[in-house]
Ligand binder design. Structure first.
Ligand code: AMP
Ligand code: MG
Length: 349
């Protein structure tokens, strides 16, 4: 298949191109598109054949459900058995935006889209290209991140091309994404609601609207002993090819530990890398040294993380150390993704 890659300017959205992209979806094809979180791989959410194609293109296990993207609040009721009061309040506060809500699905949503589940995940993104595209596509676009399964989610269109060229009909290139990590997922089918994936809409913000919200126990600890609630949580996501270890503790102890590990790696002829911060860049000796930005600017860390993980793959790094990012809010999203990338390998020093 020949994949058509088109550049779209979000300030002056080319209606003819969006119309073409929408038509591809309505005819059962696949289009990758930018959202404010990461690039999505879209297909018609109400067409079981489209969802099957998404799984095939990604190489993703078909019990890992897709998120259904909508562009207008009026389109939500058709997807769910009943719109919960909690969903109305959360939508008023955070939609369009980086929040996905799990609700009981309606008959209209095929099991192929929900990985066999009776629930459906719904999000209304805020990216202008995403919103225009979803409307042109008929209102319901199922979209996981536009990467091959097991690779970091793409934050630029070039990474989508790298992973999916020749496997999908079209890629809408809208430039760099704004946030760089996937949406927060909150399960509204349980009381109190549970966060299944941390993101830019934080636990504190959700609690502000819902009163009470819980975090799934597997978000920050090894999930081997626990049954994961989101099927996607059981897969090792975002994994770089090299062996990644996170080192947590006071900065001098962390840099000492990492430098010792790097020296050992060099002795064993391993190609080494470090995920550092602007503050610590100067202290490491590694083959590939990358800063995710200022330690104090967690949004920059979030935006840069997946790009760096991909660069380590491209550079053939075999042994990777990362500093850790503690704290509340967006730091939790960053740590959750890093822990997954590391297969939960973290050392406290
Ligand atoms: P991605 O689209 O790559 O960000 O992955 C979608 C994530 O949403 C996966 O981790 C899924 O497990 C999760 N998800 C989607 N639908 C549901 C659902 N109905 N119940 C629980 N988790 C879901
Ligand atoms: Mg993904």
């Amino acid at each position: 298949m020949n994949t058509k890659v088109v550049r779209i300017d979000e300030q002056h959205i080319d209606e003819a191109l969006i119309g073409e992209a929408g038509r591809i979806i309505r005819e059962g094809g696949l289009v990758a598109f930018p959202t404010e979180t990461v690039y999505g791989l879209g297909g018609d959410a109400l067409n079981p054949a489209s969802s099957k194609k998404i799984y095939e293109a990604k190489g993703r296990p078909s019990d890992n459900p897709l998120i259904v993207h909508i562009a207008r609040m009026e389109d939500l009721p058709a997807l769910v058995r009943k719109v919960p009061e909690t969903a109305k309040r959360l939508a008023a506060a955070f939609w369009p935006g980086p929040l996905t809500m799990i609700m009981e699905k309606s008959e209209a949503v095929p099991r192929e889209t929900t990985g066999g589940l009776a629930t459906v995940a719904v999000r209304m993104p805020s990216h202008p290209i995403a919103l225009t595209f979803i409307e042109a596509a008929g209102g319901y676009v199922a979209a996981p991140s536009a990467n091959r399964s097991g690779r970091p989610s793409p934050t630029v269109a070039d990474y989508v091309v790298e992973d999916l060229d020749g496997r999908i009909e079209m890629i809408l290139d809208g430039g760099d994404v704004e946030l760089g990590l996937e949406s927060t997922i909150v399960d509204l089918t349980v009381e109190p609601p549970v966060i299944l994936r941390p993101g830019f809409v934080t636990e504190e913000e959700l609690a502000g609207v819902l009163g009470q919200v819980e975090q799934d126990a597997t978000l920050f600890s090894d999930d081997s002993g626990q049954a994961p609630k989101a099927p996607g949580m059981k897969y090792r996501h975002y994994a770089p090819k090299g062996e990644l270890t996170i080192v947590r503790g006071a900065v001098p102890a962390v840099t000492d530990y990492i430098n010792a590990g790097l020296a050992e790696g060099r002795k064993n002829n391993k190609r080494t890398g470090v995920i550092a911060t602007d503050e610590t860049m100067g202290t490491y000796r590694a083959d590939v040294l990358r800063s995710v930005g200022k330690r104090t600017d967690v949004n920059a860390v979030a935006r840069g993380l997946y790009r760096i993980l991909r660069e380590f793959d491209d550079e053939g790094v075999e042994l990777i150390y990362s500093e850790s990012f503690d704290g509340n809010g967006v730091s939790q999203a960053v740590m959750n993704r890093l822990l997954k990338a590391a297969g939960h390998k973290m050392i406290d020093v």
